[in-house]
Design a protein around this ligand. Structure first.
Ligand code: 5GP
Ligand code: ZN
Length: 111
């Protein structure tokens, strides 16, 4: 998608601090971390959010969760939270599906 900042990060048109990359997904550190460890994992294929997961594109979501488990072990995370915001009312600001991985401090309850 032409004007999508995460597609531009995938294409290397916007710099990012990459943690992991393969043919299906990219993990990079959030520019405004909300925890001592805060990275994002995104599929290379563009779709907006968890509301657009279908039988045709869901395999990449399973792959992303495998990658998250591997990265959590690699980074020595004790515990972590995975968050995907879906739509503006949930706080989604970038309409390319992404999974926040947060760790390194005690995380509070949801609000
Ligand atoms: P959302 O609010 O949509 O759930 O999450 C979007 C996240 O992307 C935010 O935490 C924000 O800090 C991060 N973000 C937005 N633009 C950039 C960018 O250009 N580079 C990086 N690394 N993170 C970004
Ligand atoms: Zn995109």
């Amino acid at each position: 998608m032409n004007d999508c900042i995460f597609c531009k990060i995938i294409a290397g048109e916007i710099p990012s601090k990459k943690l992991y990359e393969d043919e299906q997904c990219l993990a990079f550190y959030d520019i405004e971390p909300l925890a001592p460890k805060h990275f994002l994992v995104i599929p290379k294929v563009h779709f907006a959010s968890a509301a657009e997961v279908t039988p045709e594109n869901s395999a990449v979501i399973a792959h992303i969760f495998e990658v998250i488990a591997r990265l959590a072990a690699q980074e020595g995370l004790d515990g972590f939270r995975v968050v995907t915001n879906c739509g503006p009312i949930a706080g989604q600001t970038v309409p390319h599906i992404h999974f926040h991985v947060l760790s390194g401090r005690q995380l509070g309850s949801f609000n």
